[in-house]
Design a protein around this ligand. Structure first.
Ligand code: SAM
Ligand code: SF4
Ligand code: SF4
Length: 340
């Protein structure tokens, strides 16, 4: 097992397959225009697959496809097919905003995708439009129905922002019950394009639990001592389960086994890392798999990142990348580039 300097294994790989998106969520892509990754830099599926082989040989056993909106990339099922049967892989999942899911879910399943997570922050059409700038809530509902038809129980991820959708937390739990999905509430993070982040807008884990226990009664914590998953899980008195990802107020860097590969082959060891390891260049220069393996292994062994914990320790803080100019100069700093 490959351990970093804090004893954390290299296990979870998030593969961003595109930096493009068909929504413009206020907390992720609030600007009017963006600098995109040059097309010629974006890895071909065969290149991504070759890098995945190296990661698997170093202990990665869980891969999640993300973006941007991963389903905007042409023929994602082909990439799934390339990866899904690799030896050593225990999980292959996809995070999507759901807009294009209904059309693709059968092909994704047939190609070997094991799980999907759909992001959904509101059940109100006007609010969805205000939050994402696109009137596509109906398409997301259709995507969710398709996800359930094909996968049965699945997960819905919701970013909770004070004054935006915090009053919908219980409604989303009820919605989750109705579509057989476990809802996970994510605290608003100050990463990448979240240039409108402020501490006051974070609706915390504590507040979510207080709100839900006022509505439903006592909430039980579900102990999962072996899990390195960021979500803490809870059960309502009627047995309904849900999760909270308290990335902002109670970060979990201590057990973080996640790293991220962007669509253009930059590897980031932390969501907050300002610099990544360029894997595209050696790959395209014809470096051997052993050389790339040594590069990845060396970087992971030196890893000391604890981005969210360090941000928390700052106390009073503002958006991580406050200046749009900076994001423009390096689109890799964006959440939609490195994958949430
Ligand atoms: N477009 C896909 C989607 O929305 O599911 C996949 C990529 S998106 C970057 C992955 C996840 O990151 C989404 O669940 C999104 O809500 C979350 N995310 C983006 N910006 C965030 C922020 N500032 N704080 C917390 N979560 C964020
Ligand atoms: Fe929203 Fe995901 Fe697109 Fe970001 S990448 S704007 S979170 S749909
Ligand atoms: Fe992992 Fe960095 Fe997120 Fe902490 S901030 S949990 S180290 S990715």
């Amino acid at each position: 097992m490959m351990l970093d300097r804090l004893g954390r294994p290299l296990r979870n790989l998030r593969l961003s397959v595109t930096d493009r998106c068909n929504l413009r969520c206020e907390y992720c892509m609030p600007e009017d225009d963006y600098v995109w990754l040059p097309r010629e830099d974006v890895l071909h599926f065969e290149e991504t697959s070759a890098l995945v082989d190296v990661f698997l040989s170093l202990g990665v056993d869980k891969v999640r496809l993300t973006g941007g909106e991963p389903l905007l990339r042409r023929d994602v099922p082909s990439l799934v097919r390339l990866i899904s049967s690799k030896p050593g892989l225990k999980d292959l999942a996809l995070t999507t905003n759901g807009v294009l899911l209904a059309d693709q879910v059968d092909a994704l399943k047939a190609a070997g995708l094991r799980r999907v997570t759909v992001s959904l922050d509101t059940l109100r059409r006007d609010r969805f439009l205000a939050l994402t700038r696109v009137d596509q809530l109906a398409a997301v509902h259709t995507g969710i129905a398709a996800a359930h038809r094909v996968y049965g129980r699945f997960k819905i991820d919701t970013v909770v922002i004070r004054g935006v959708n915090d009053e919908e937390v219980a409604d989303l739990i009820e919605y989750g019950k109705s579509v057989d999905a476990e809802v996970r509430f994510i605290e608003y993070m100050d990463v990448g394009g979240a240039s409108r982040w402020s501490p006051e807008r974070v609706f915390s884990r504590r507040e979510i639990l207080d709100l839900l226990s006022r509505r439903y009664g006592s909430i039980e914590s579900i102990a999962e001592p072996e899990s390195s998953a960021p979500a803490e899980r809870f059960a309502l008195p009627d047995g309904t389960t849900f999760g909270i990802i308290a990335s902002t107020t109670e970060p979990f860097c201590r057990t973080c086994d996640r790293s991220r590969l962007t669509a253009d082959g930059m590897w980031y060891l932390c969501l907050y890392a300002t610099r990544g390891v360029d894997l595209r260049d050696p790959l395209r220069r014809g470096a051997s798999m052993d050389e790339i393996k040594a590069l990845i292994a060396g970087a992971w062994r030196d890893r000391t990142d604890r981005g969210a914990e360090e941000r928390l320790a700052l106390g009073d803080r503002r958006a991580f990348v406050p200046v749009q100019d900076l994001l423009r100069k390096d689109p890799h700093l964006e959440m939609h580039t490195r994958g949430g």
